[in-house]
Design a protein around this ligand. Structure first.
Ligand SMILES: Nc1nc2c(c(=O)[nH]1)N[C@H]1C(S)=C(S)[C@@H](COP(=O)(O)OP(=O)(O)OC[C@H]3O[C@@H](n4cnc5c(N)ncnc54)[C@H](O)[C@@H]3O)O[C@H]1N2
Ligand code: MOO
Length: 408
């Protein structure tokens, strides 16, 4: 009798990290407008100071803060206005004690000024006298030279994923192109004599292909380039040929189905038939996802995901995403929220258990409830916001417990 050997998820991840240490992504230089969600290939240093001059953050009067101390509605300070700063222009003005100067939001501060009083707290009297009705502290309402970013400082580290605000900062530095990792190239194969394309009519006993589409779009979400998608019969030779074809252009080939112990489950044999070292993981102590396969051939990664739609996607998210993040050097955590369990949840003994959950707000509390179903029902995941993890040694989770929900 052949039984699956079962590694824990932690052991499987360590093994994957070790075995694919030589799988590396190339670098490419791209315009910043195309770089959203791309991963930075090397540290980026600030090329300038931001701002490059002391700026006001409000419309008001630049002052020497000391001149306003004690000022109030009842007892204002009277300052002499020496002029106005024009937006986008340098100023030559220099403040002396007892003087002030009008500055718009974002305007350059005159020399010697160290704060700005908002215009609402001032009143202009005759003879360029400004009545200041509120005190300001030094540095109040100003952005100092280099306060946002100072020249030479590392603003983004290698492995950082670029978000809209990051792209804005790069533009603000005059950096219009960035070196990023090339996307991992991924191909997807679904195996099964019963699988038909979504647009085809399914005869009794057949099933429309879900996995090719859920896995391909999961890979796109992970910032991969999908190179090929195919459905292959449960046939060793045909599967081997398709994997070999896809390996020509891909870093990772993801196969779903045929991972278990049935007579028609040929994924493991097909991977091993291509070359060494072949399959190095078959079986994980997780639920769902027990029959997972991981192999290395032609220096590339080949995964055999379980055919059940939920299992395939859960293993993708827990294991394939882990490898992809590793390739990118992305050390960020899996995004999660926390909430309170609405009911007790029993665990699968001896396996790390991923339970699909929905989340709602009730009386200001975040309430987490399990979504029941079987791993052949993909709607279990469409009704869920994420999953909670029950560790191998945990007996279950209790109602009222605070849990982490890992988001899809
Ligand atoms: N004797 C045993 N049987 C099974 C075991 C086991 O340990 N011993 N493990 C079970 C578990 S757990 C899972 S998960 C499945 C995994 O099976 P396979 O990876 O071999 O997948 P298939 O048998 O090909 O398919 C399973 C199921 O999923 C449907 N499927 C497959 N591909 C698609 C697709 N692209 N789109 C939609 N649905 C798909 C397929 O029709 C089957 O219903 O094995 C258990 N059995
Ligand atoms: O372990 Mo299977 O992946 O439960 O459905």
């Amino acid at each position: 009798m052949e039984l699956l050997s079962t590694l824990t998820m932690k052991e499987a991840r360590e093994k994957i990290k070790e075995v694919f240490a030589d799988l590396v992504l190339m670098m490419e230089e791209i315009p910043i407008l195309e770089a959203l969600n791309c991963i930075i290939y090397e540290d980026i240093k600030a090329t300038i100071n931001v701002p490059e001059f002391n700026r006001s953050t409000v419309d008001g009067y630049a002052v020497i803060a000391k001149d306003t101390y004690g000022a109030s509605d009842a007892l204002p300070s009277f300052l002499t206005s020496i002029g106005e700063v024009a937006m986008g222009k340098p100023t030559e003005l220099v403040l002396q004690s007892g003087q002030c100067c009008y500055v718009p939001t974002g305007g350059m501060l005159p020399q010697n000024s160290d704060a700005v009083v908002m215009i609402e707290y001032t009143e202009v009297l005759e003879d360029n006298t400004v009545c200041v009705q509120s005190a300001v502290a030094p540095k109040e309402n100003i952005l100092q030279f280099g306060e946002d970013v100072s020249k030479g400082q590392v603003i983004f580290q290698k492995g950082h994923k670029l978000r809209p605000q990051d792209i804005g900062v790069l533009a603000g530095m005059g950096i219009t192109k960035v070196n990023v990792y090339k996307k991992p190239r991924v191909s997807i194969i679904s195996t099964g004599d019963e699988i038909v394309a979504p647009e085809e009519e399914a005869q009794l006993g057949q099933i429309k292909d879900m996995n090719t589409y859920s896995i391909a779009t999961a890979a796109m979400k992970d910032h991969c380039e999908v190179m090929g998608m195919a459905v292959v019969k449960d046939d060793l030779e045909q599967l081997k040929e398709k994997i070999e074809e896809f390996l020509e252009t891909s870093d990772i080939v993801l196969i779903s189905g045929g991972s278990s112990m049935g007579t028609k489950d040929v994924t493991k044999d097909a991977i091993n038939a291509i070359g060494d070292p072949g399959v190095f993981i078959h079986g994980l102590a997780v639920k769902p996802g027990k029959p997972t396969i991981v192999g290395k051939v032609k220096s590339k990664a080949v995964f055999g995901l379980p055919g059940q739609p939920v299992s395939a996607l859960v293993v993708y998210q827990t294991l394939v995403t882990y490898l992809i993040k590793n390739l990118y050097g992305d050390k960020g955590p899996v995004p999660y929220i926390t909430g309170e369990l609405a009911v007790n949840i029993a665990s699968a003994p001896g396996r790390e258990h991923y339970v699909m959950v929905r989340v709602c707000e009730e009386d200001g509390k975040t309430i987490v409830s399990p979504v029941h179903g079987k791993s052949g029902m993909l709607t279990m995941m469409t009704k869920s916001m994420g999953y909670v993890k029950i560790d191998t040694n945990q007996e279950g989770l209790l109602k009222g417990e605070n849990v982490k929900v890992y988001l899809f």
